[in-house]
Every structure is written in C-alpha cells, then in structure tokens.
Design a binder for this molecule. Structure first.
Ligand code: PEP
Length: 251
C-alpha cells in the first residue's frame, strides 16, 4: 500500500526561536494516529539541524526546500545533497513553482537535482503544476505531462520508486483558492496514468502523489479522501501547529 504523507513547507518564514517553538508544539502534539502518516517538515536550511534534533525523538522526518544541482566544490551559497544526507535529512522539495519562477530553475536543472538527491538516498518531493492561464486555456494536462517527462523520465524504475510527486496548481498556492477535490483527483489520476504508461502499473500505483495549494484544516479531509490523493504539501497552514496536526489527522 502506498504511503500517506503530509509535508509542511515552511518556505522563508520564521526565526530561530519561532522555529524552535513550532517544532516543539508539533512534535509534542502528534498522537498515535499520526504514526499511520509520514509527517515531513521542511524548514529553511539554517534550521535543519534544529529540526533533525527534534526528529530524533519523534515520528517526524525532515526535508530540505532546495539542493544544489552540483556535487561539491566552488559553488558559493549552495548546499549539496551529500551535506543534507550528512545532516539526516531524508526528503527535499524540488521544482516548487516559486523556484521555477523566481530562480529560473529549468527542467534540466531540476532533473539534475533529482539525480543528486537520489544518489544520496534522499527522497525528492517533485513539484509540478500549471499556472492559471494554462488551466483556463485547457493546457494543464500537457504542461504537467511535460514537467513529468523532463524531470523524471530519465530515471530507472528503481530510482523513481523513491520519488514523491506533489501536484501543486500554481493558481492555488498561497491564494486561498484550492483545487476542488474533483480537479485534484482528475489530475492525480492523469499523473498516475502517465507514470503507468512509462514505468508500469505496479510502480505507478505504489507512488505517493500529494496535493498542494491552499490545503488547510477545513478542506484537507475532502481532498485526502480522493482515490489518487495520497496526502498534501502544505505551505501556510504548516506554520500553525494546531492546523498542521488537524491536517495530519484528516485521513
Ligand atoms: C506550497 O508552497 O507548497 C503550498 C502548497 O503553499 P500553500 O499551502 O500556502 O498554498
């Protein structure tokens, strides 16, 4: 059975004491039910050590928000996959629309980042999704398919089995406008089908496909009840312990 996952993307928010308080609140409030769900917290990289310390005594796992496409060396300001691995980071968000848009991350760069992570046994949370104009002009399936093909189709089936996919319609991120459960299900089923055509039924049905985009404590249960929605990548609502826990308990 594929894993249910709720991952929190803190983006560039909080300062050290606030991050400490939030990690404390989340880890102390997780109950037994949460054990059925993989809970991943992706803080800014400067708080990774703090977060992995909390993770030692908790069910939470820690993810980074970015990684370098390069191995090591003279790349000032970059963080390598080997560094993340050495800090017990087990996941990393890749291809978030904010990185595609504000940092011009190309499909080629993203594919290289996926490779770096997999070499270090870190699971990429590979984000894909269309902007509003693409949905409104009925190009959303084509856009998402292209993102999958360029980011993931070079992988072996074995490698792909360690990838988590996050469908995040860009028009829903941070806007308060969520995809309807039907829209999410339709796209998740499409994504699984594309992967099935290339990698086979067994593998595609074992992959977790998360929904992201204004998912919160009030709409998570309905989204997560969809057949092909295996959890969520949560931005704003992951910054409030109570909301985040409620989302985790929404399955
Ligand atoms: C995100 O940034 O991945 C995200 C889904 O943000 P939000 O939940 O705030 O829309």
């Amino acid at each position: 059975m594929r894993k249910k996952i709720v991952a929190g993307n803190w983006k560039m928010n909080l300062q050290f004491d606030q991050a400490d308080d939030l990690l404390y609140e989340i880890t102390s409030k997780l109950d037994n039910f949460s054990k059925k769900v993989e809970v991943v917290i992706c803080p800014p990289s400067v708080f990774l050590e703090l977060a992995t310390d909390y993770a030692e005594d908790s069910i939470i796992k820690i993810g980074a928000q970015n990684v370098s496409q390069y191995n090591a060396g003279a790349y000032t300001g970059e963080i390598s996959a080997a560094m993340l691995n050495s800090m017990d980071v087990s996941f990393c968000i890749i291809g978030h629309s904010e990185r595609r848009k504000y940092f011009q991350e190309s499909d080629q760069t993203l594919a290289a980042k996926v490779d770096q992570l997999l070499e270090q046994n870190i699971q990429p949370v590979f984000c894909i999704g269309e902007v509003l104009e693409e949905r409104e002009s009925n190009h959303h399936f084509e856009v998402v398919e292209n993102q999958i093909v360029s980011g993931l189709f070079h992988l072996s089936a074995d490698e792909l089995s360690n990838v988590i996919i996050a469908y995040e319609p860009v028009w829903a991120i941070g806007t308060g406008r969520t995809a309807t459960p039907d829209q999410a299900q339709e796209m998740h089923a499409f994504i699984r089908k594309i992967l099935e055509n290339k990698f086979g039924t067994e593998l595609s049905h074992s992959l977790s496909i998360l929904y992201g985009g204004s998912c919160n404590a009030s709409n998570a249960a309905e989204l997560f009840s969809q057949k092909d929605v295996d959890g969520g990548l949560i931005g704003g609502a992951s910054l409030k312990a109570e909301d985040f826990i409620q989302i985790i308990n929404s399955f």
